[in-house]
Design a protein around this ligand. Structure first.
Ligand SMILES: Nc1nc2c(ncn2[C@@H]2O[C@H](COP(=O)(O)OP(=O)(O)O)[C@@H](O)[C@H]2O)c(=O)[nH]1
Ligand SMILES: [Mg+2]
Length: 367
């Protein structure tokens, strides 16, 4: 799962990327860090359930769920002027499963601002517009090509072309009316036909306001404001103090925890952000847990046990016999697998069982 970070220059994209991935990519007041190449890193999902499972199993090893972040270099020419996104940046974004828009919400005269002033909601709006325009440009180009192909096409080909044209025009209309491709009513066949276009509005969006340290006491108010504007449109929002989170991410874990306590900071804005992306990606977490290791896995919501087995290993999927499954809460309440089994909370499920968040799976297989 990959999240692409997009935003105006000097909004703090790389700062937030470093915070999320505990990385140390170059941040700079010129906004030219990274040398034109995207920064790619892995964010580990903080999940207290892993700690509990590790404790109960006395497991020496833990593997948290991961999300890959791709920090886009700079901002494209004309970005924010409703021209859409093109070229290499578009290629990078098309490979991502979700897009995270970072808007500058900090005031700092030593960091030149690309925008006339600090207004994160306006900037998020401008970025959403760019994402929409980029799809409209793709649609227009494709429609032109379809039109050209009619000349000299055989009767059977014309039929296919007409179908494609009708579909593209319909999507274009809905998009112009403000409906992203992901929310449009499309049949499975239509979705399949559109896969190749890699529309950006087909991806979930998350928007982050990068606030300054001095705004930390107002973080809830900022988030409330963003939520009021964007929630109904399915855009998850959060306010994060990127600079502070990046500094904290570079500390040793104990030092970081101590620092957070001393500041009276509750759950880190960063954890909320990572979770927001995770939720936007439509994933849930299931576990495999034993005395050797506790492993958190991600799978798309609505997946069955067979798909989950495939996440663990292709052999396990191939040789799938059945899965022994118990819910995380049940396991904790029972205190042991044996107790859960006795109380009938360890269930035997087949391939088609729909995996629930927090399920602990033991897949029995034979190859
Ligand atoms: N004062 C302040 N400066 C920040 C904050 N976040 C980022 N910056 C600074 O803004 C500049 C640009 O940040 P960077 O992450 O490189 O932005 P990018 O161009 O969007 O990748 C750097 O000098 C950062 O240190 C913040 O929350 N407060
Ligand atoms: Mg950068």
């Amino acid at each position: 799962m990959q999240v692409g970070i997009l935003g105006f220059a000097r909004s703090g994209k790389t700062t937030i990327f470093n915070a999320a991935t505990r990385g140390s990519a170059t941040v700079s007041p010129t906004g030219r860090g990274g040398g034109g190449k995207p920064n790619i890193g892995v964010a580990k999902m903080h999940d207290p359930r892993i700690d509990k499972l590790v404790e109960m199993h006395r497991a020496p090893k833990r593997v948290p769920a991961e999300v890959v972040y791709v920090d886009m270099p700079g901002a494209p020419e004309g970005f924010g002027k409703s021209v859409g996104i093109t070229g290499e940046l578009l290629n990078h974004l098309q490979k991502c499963d979700a897009l995270m828009l970072v808007a500058r919400a900090f005031d700092d005269p030593s960091v030149p601002n690309d925008r006339e002033d600090v207004d994160p909601a306006r900037d998020i709006e401008a970025m959403v517009t760019e994402v929409v325009f980029s799809d409209l440009a793709i649609l227009e180009k494709r429609l032109q090509r379809v039109k050209d192909s009619f000349k000299g096409a055989k009767a059977t080909e014309r039929d296919t072309l007409e179908k494609e044209q009708a579909l593209l025009i319909r999507i274009q209309g809905e998009l112009e009316a403000g409906k992203p491709v992901k929310d449009q009513a499309l049949t499975a066949d239509e979705r399949k036909a559109l896969q190749g276009y890699k529309f950006l509005t087909d991806k979930p969006l998350v928007a982050i306001a990068n606030i300054g340290e001095e705004a930390l006491p107002r973080v809830q108010a900022v988030e409330e404001q963003l939520r009021a504007k964007f929630e109904a449109r399915g855009i998850g929002t959060a306010a994060v103090c990127g600079k502070l989170e990046m500094e904290l991410a570079q500390m040793a874990p104990e030092e970081e925890a101590e620092f957070r306590r001393s500041m009276g900071a509750g759950e880190s804005g960063l954890n909320r952000m990572v979770r927001l992306c995770y939720d936007a990606l439509g994933q849930l977490t299931f576990f495999t847990a034993g005395p050797k290791e506790v492993h958190a896995w991600t799978v798309a919501r609505g997946s069955d046990a067979f798909a989950a087995a495939g996440r663990i290993h292709s052999d396990i999927q191939r040789g799938f016999i059945r899965a022994e499954i118990m819910g995380y809460e049940d396991f904790v309440a029972c205190g042991s697998e044996a107790a859960a089994r006795k109380r009938g909370l360890l269930r035997q499920e087949g391939k088609t069982y729909i995996v629930q968040d927090g399920d602990i799976l033991n897949v029995l297989f034979s190859i």
